[in-house]
Structure formats: structure tokens, C-alpha cells
Design a protein around this ligand. Sequence first.
Ligand code: FES
Length: 568
Amino acid sequence: MELRSRNWFGKTGKDGFIYRAWMKNQGIPPEEFKGKPVIGICNTWSELTPCNAHFRELAESIKHGVIQAGGFPVEFPVMSLGETLIKPTAMLYRNLVSMDVEESIRANPVDGVVLMCGCDKTTPSLVMGACSVNIPTLVVSGGPMLAGKFRGRDIGTSDIWRFGEAYKLGQMDDQDLEEAESAMCRSRGHCAVMGTASTMACMVESLGLSLPGNASIPAADARRKVLAQRSGLRIVEMVKENLQLSDVLTKKAFENAIRVNAAIGGSTNFVLHMIAIAGRIGVELKLEDFDRCSKGIPLLANLQPSGEFFVEDLYYAGGLPAVMKEMESFLHGDALTVNGKTVHENISSAKCYNPAVIGTLDKPFKTETGLAILRGNLCEGGCVIKPSAASSHLMKHRGRAVVFEDIEDYKKRIDLPDLDVDETCILVLKNVGPKGYPGMPEVGNMALPKKILQKGIHDMVRISDGRMSGTGFGTVVLHASPEAAAGGNFAVVKTGDYISLDVDARSLMLEVSEEELALRKASWIAPKPLADRGYVSLYIRHVNQAHEGADLDFLVGNSSSVVTRDSH
Ligand code: FES
């Protein structure tokens, strides 16, 4: 075993002196880091990322495992993306963090790395960065919160949208909301529903990047620490076996993850992140792969926002291995995972303990699949819908477009009494895409006009070039690509145009002739970029479109773990 860290600590003379001497100022004896696998623990702990605020404690469990296995753990911080506090949107910084992770791993004497992921973007950003280096890598997720308890019922993040409607209609006041706030986030961990954070935790488990069970153990459950310690132990073995990230992240692994995502009703954000991760590790993954692989897979997990239960209930019901066991006929059982076993071996003894939470292929929770890709002249590059969280009566719908040019326009007009809209209309929101906003915020499930809500109607077809929170729901078409700011057909859709949505046919059509569209595009003026300096300017100039994963064009691919120049 030739350890990468030997290029630092194994050197002789002045160079080795410098590398070792400054480690010793931490009170570490040389035998700790000389000759032992050095394991980086990439920590996204931050008090500004409340979902990951317990990570310093969790990191200690990983360290115990590393030491137990004869390795030397070194914890290092990277920028942390807290979904709730970061403005304008954490997605704007996903690619920036991936650069931080990539360069931090490559530049330092680490032989293997454990990625500590929790709140939404902390998972894809870390996995993307690690893929661009490709050393032995294992993910430990922070785990979901316990379900909230509010006035006799269980609540989670998806209820925020319901509370928002109730507040708009005067059915809840500020005091009610304040009480609900405290009742909802009552424990450590990320969102308690199958939002983006848990979707990402399921993604890493189904990709084979974590130990089995990682996705759903609650953050507050002592078994989360046990898994962390075992992960620390395992990463040392992975270094000794030279089990690289690219050995696990094969096309089969991606196909498995897509299929599992369809069965659990995972977040639409999954599509963007998977394409970006595949781009870094060098696996070809297209939008079509999501539709092809999801086809015929019903919704097995009865979890909010598509269903009723919370992610902790998934754990008590047998966890993700039980879901994967039920749908094993759809999976590549021979795909390798980080524990050195195949998917089949990992799930062979899994059991479902609660059929109300995990259905069967014969008796699924819903027959609609978790994700569908739509094509048509409104989105030449494609777009995404989550049928499992949509209204079945709107799956085929033709309606008059009510267009908002940007988020400010939407906020200004949506509740005006004289807005010409009824429940058969289709709300269209432009300029919330990767370049246009910039950063593609989660505003796609725009709240309905007050006058529609007052009729007791809670869903309409909505289309945007933005994203939706994984905790959101409704008949919401997202990630329209190319986005409005890039000047495709979506840029020139107007109020009064008719749009046809047909999810079964996977189609989204704007009923405007090619000639008329060409005329409109000829007079279209590109919006002025919102920044001309710094990272945001770099992002606007280089971000790819949604169907390409919204990575920065110059970050796609990887540069290996080799440090090309050595100043010492
Ligand atoms: Fe962090 Fe939902 S806000 S996971």
C-alpha cells in the first residue's frame, strides 16, 4: 500500500521536517501520521447551517472509528450551505463549495476522506468535489430531525406551505405560526420529510457511497453515531483496499439511484445533482436516463411530501434497505458499494416492518412514479415534474398562460384582485433559472393567487425555469431549459398563450407557431446580468443549463489526486 500522505510525511530533509513539525504543534506524536492512513473528515459544521450544527459531535464518532482501525483522522472545514439562511439561494454556491472540497482534498496529505453531509446542498457539493479528485471516499449523513409535534399532530417542513396558505387566508395568525415554528424543529438534524436533504442521503446510500442504513437513522438516534464510527473504521479499510470513488460510481450505481429515487418520491433537485456528480466522475448521464430508469417503478414509500409519514418512520419500517429489497428486481444487484459488498449482499436480510410506510410492488402506495421528464417546444432542453406529489386531475391539462417576467413581478401582481386568472390557467414564472436569478432558487411552487385559494382550490399547473424545495408539492413543472435568460422559447412565452401539459405523453407544448416564436425571439433582449464582479459574475458566465446539471462548465470532469507542482 503506497500511501498518498507519504509524499508529505514520509519525506526526508527540510521538506519532511516542515510537513511534520507543524503537525507536532498540535501535540501529535509522529507515529500517528507517519505510515498510517490519513483520513480527512470533511466537515460542513456551522451554526449558520442549523441542520448540520451537531456535526462536531458526530465527527468525534468518525474519528473513533478511524483510530480504532489504525488510521489517523484529520478534520477540516469547508464552506457550509445552510438552506434556510443563505441568500439569495444555497444553489448559487453549490459549485463554489465543490471547488473548495476538491482543492482541499487534493492539496492536503489525505489518503481517504469521509464527507459529512446534511442540509440539502452540502451533499452534492461535497460529492462533486470529491469526484473531481477520486480517492477512497465515504459519506456520512447527519440524519433527519424527529417529526414535529404541533397541537396534537405530526408536522414537518411540507406544512410550511400549508401554513403559508392558511396565513394568507387569515386562518392562522402570527402567534400560531410562532408556536408551529418551535414545534416543528424540535431536534437536531435536517428536514424530517423526504425533502432534498433526505433525498440526497438516499441518493448516496443507493449509489453505494455510504454504509447501509445511512439515509434514514434520525440525527437524534444513538445509532447515527454508531454508523458514523463504523464509517470511520471502514474508510481506513477502503484506503488499504485502494477502493476509489470511481470503482463505486459506475453507470449501474447511477441507474440504481434513479430507480430508488422514483420509489421514494425524492426531490426534483435530485436530477440536477445527479447529472452534475456524473459529469465530475465521467459517467454519461442524460435527462432521458431518468425517464428510462424510472419507468414502471411505482411509489413505494409513503413519505411526505408525496405521502403521509416522516423519514424517521422509514427508519423504523426497515430503512432504505427494505425499500431496495422490495424493488430488487429493478436494481443492479451486482453494483459494488463502499463496504466492499454488492447491493444484493447489503439488502439480502432487509425486512419491512411497517407496510403502511413501505408498500410492495403489488400494492404500492401510488402507481405514479416519483419523477418524469417532459419534452416539447416550451423547453427544448427538457424539464421535470414530480407526478407523485402532483394532482392526478391536472396530469393532462390545457390552459391559458399567466406569465410573470420575474419573481418581483410575481410578488407584485399575484394577489391583485383584478389579475385575470382562474384555476384553469397555467402560472408561468420566468428568469429564476441558473443564470437569470442567478442560482436557480426554489420558487417554482409559487403560492396560488389569494382569490383562487379562497375558492378552496389548492393546486394549479405552474411552470418555471427555477427549482422547487424537495419539501414542496403540487402540479409544478420545473427546470425549464433553456431558461428564460438564455433566450429559448421559454423566454418568449406570453400571457394569453395556450400551453398543453400531458405527463403520460411526457409532453409540454406551447401552442404558438414556429414563425411567431421566431419573430418574438428576433426582438427578444437578453436581461442584463445582475453582477459584474466576483464569484457571482463568474457563475453567471459559466453555469451550464439545468438539463446539464447546472455545474460550471470548467468544473465538469476531474483532475485526479495528483499534485502537479511541489514547492518544498
Ligand atoms: Fe436543511 Fe431542510 S433546511 S434540510
